[in-house]
Write a protein that binds this ligand. Structure first.
Ligand code: SIN
Length: 284
């Protein structure tokens, strides 16, 4: 593939850019890889349109960013013959079984925020989408815009992130966890303000879905601060709403953005494939 420069066009003021000039069906040149990583750090989210990709293409692309994890929590939603991808889909197979999670990620979150080692990035590929947009918030822009006294209050604080509480609050019976599944995901603390290990840029790292409370504060103080942060981080000026087209691939940085899947009428078909990417390289 040629090393010609990629073009990055911002899709909103706070987060996201559309990338032109890349063909993700082919291996990336080192130059394009570096430009994509630079774009990811700068914009937090990258949109590649019109990419007709096989499962292996999505995995190969993800592997330029880091290590695509094999999703352990719910093996039943893995893409057949491609365990690095999961189906997010409201579609049933010939036996009437749902092929993926139909209701994934309705609340604001950053992927694997509930783990000691969260995901650095995720790639979501659109196979079919009659409805169901995804919304992103640029958490680095959120942090930049915070008043100085609020930034000072956050210094040194940690959020307690909990998949079990997330599932209790927002899951439904279809997603009831077994005791073994709960043991796999103990609550974890992460700094409320993350410094990006490569760009150094600071970003708010709390989300309504995953951050249950703030460590060391009384329940009332924790609740008040957390609600203030949720409200601030979802102000319209920090958001981008992505309306999917078939063959879109969206790559986002989990350390400087959060996202949620917007609800839609389930009479419409939606089939996405996601890779969840773990840190592997020093430059990402
Ligand atoms: C996710 O939260 O990773 C999925 C988002 C979506 O389905 O739009």
């Amino acid at each position: 593939m040629s090393g010609a420069d990629l073009v990055f066009e911002p899709v909103s003021a706070a987060v996201g850019a559309r990338v032109s000039g890349a063909d993700l069906t082919k291996p990336l040149s080192e130059g394009h890889r570096r430009q994509i990583i630079g774009g990811l750090h700068r914009y937090g989210m990258l949109l590649f349109r019109g990419q007709k990709l096989s499962d292996r293409d999505v995995v190969r692309f993800s592997a330029y960013i880091g290590h695509p994890e094999i999703y352990a929590l719910r093996p039943e939603i893995r893409v057949e013959d491609c365990p690095e991808l999961v189906n997010i889909a409201n579609i049933r197979d010939e036996n009437g079984r749902l092929i993926g999670l139909p209701e994934s990620g309705r609340q604001w979150h950053s992927d694997l925020q509930f783990k000691a080692e969260p995901s650095i990035a995720s790639a979501l590929y659109c196979v079919e989408c009659e409805a169901g947009d995804t919304e992103f918030s640029g958490m680095a822009a959120v942090y930049d815009a915070m008043p100085a006294p609020l930034k000072q209050r956050l210094a040194g604080l940690k959020g307690v992130n909990s998949y079990v509480i997330y599932n209790e609050r927002y899951g439904n019976n279809a997603r009831k966890m077994t005791e073994e599944q709960k043991r796999q995901v103990p609550d974890v603390e992460h700094p409320i303000v993350l410094s990006h290990p490569v760009s150094g840029r600071k970003a708010l790292y709390v989300s309504e879905g995953m951050t249950a409370r703030i460590a060391g504060l009384s329940p009332a103080e924790s609740d008040a601060l957390i609600q203030e942060l949720f409200a601030f981080s979802t102000r319209p000026e920090f958001l981008y709403r992505h309306v999917w087209q078939v063959h879109d691939l969206v790559l986002w940085d989990n350390r400087s953005t959060m996202h949620r899947a917007l609800p839609f009428d389930q009479k419409y078909r939606r089939h996405m494939k996601r890779s969840t990417i773990m840190r592997q390289f020093d430059d990402v």
